[in-house]
Design a protein around this ligand. Structure first.
Ligand code: PAF
Length: 281
């Protein structure tokens, strides 16, 4: 595995590989890799000649009161995981390398951000879209792999690729879960012991809501109220949002129909967790 920390070296290498006609599968991450990332790397390994992993905790996508400094980091451990997953190139630049000065140009996302995490984290998706635009230019992937745990991110990246004509195929991948259903996330490590026990109820609430819908419930508000009550009764976290929209458009709906997402975010003392379920009826 080759490790690059400068944009110049990484970009020069990628240009060379493209000349040889190699296909590049890219998994962008903020590190502290877990099974969810590994499943993306495995899929990228199957579908491409070369696999590129980036690790960069992007300051631009964190709000002033968010957990940028508390975001877990362990590059040595991540390198070992990357080696085991047969990653060919690891790109792990510093913040100064990526942002040597205040960016003079930023990507501003205008659609699909007035709901869910976009609403509660203003500017977050501008930061995501800006860093991904830079990474796509540096890595020049053929395919890029994202987990559906961040389903709103997948919807935003879909339009980033389309609007800016990146010749990249977006591959959304299923959420990977712990045995008790908790979605794998680097942030899980910041949960207190009691909170970790409660956190399984996030996915349980979504599964119970799905059962209601399978049994015929179609009223959006009733389902939201059910999940809210379930979370209030079973966790000590504070609910950031429980929302339902059409997917991937993320448009309002009153009666449940077609393909839609039920998404939630809960804040525990040192970790804000998100989860979702996408249902087609
Ligand atoms: O999903 C993430 O880890 C980040 O939002 C991403 C896509 C790596 C951009 O910083």
């Amino acid at each position: 595995m080759k490790v690059f920390t400068t944009i110049h070296d990484m970009q020069t290498e990628m240009i060379k590989l493209k000349k040889y006609g190699k296909t590049i599968g890219f998994v962008p991450t903020m590190g502290y890799l877990h099974d969810g990332h590994m499943s993306l790397l495995k899929k990228a390994r199957q579908e491409n000649d070369l696999v590129v992993l980036s690790i960069f905790v992007n300051p631009l996508q964190f709000g002033p009161t968010e957990d940028f400094s508390a975001y877990p980091r362990n590059l040595d451990r991540d390198k070992e995981i990357a080696l085991n997953e047969r990653v060919d190139y690891l790109f792990c630049p510093s913040s100064v390398e990526m942002y040597p000065r205040q960016p003079s140009v930023k990507v501003v996302v205008q659609e699909r951000i007035d709901v869910m995490c976009g609403k509660s984290r203003p500017g977050h998706f501008d930061g995501v879209a800006t860093v991904l635009t830079k990474l796509f230019h540096i890595v020049k992937p053929n395919r890029v792999y994202f987990g559906l745990k961040d389903a709103q991110q997948v919807a935003v990246v879909d339009w980033l690729i389309k609007d800016f004509h990146f010749p990249i195929e977006l591959i959304p991948c299923e959420t990977v879960r712990e045995e008790d259903g908790l979605a794998k996330s680097s942030r899980n490590t910041n949960l207190l012991e009691q909170e970790r026990g409660e956190a399984r109820h996030l996915y349980k609430s979504l599964l119970s809501a799905k059962e209601m819908i399978d049994d015929g419930e179609r009223d959006r508000e009733t389902v939201i109220q059910f999940i809210t009550n379930y979370l209030l009764n079973n966790t000590s976290g504070s609910i950031d949002y429980v929302e339902i929209y059409s997917y991937p458009e993320l448009k309002e709906m009153t009666m449940l129909t077609g393909t839609f997402i039920i998404a939630l975010a809960v804040k525990f003392s040192h970790a804000r967790l998100i989860d979702n379920i996408i249902i087609t009826i």
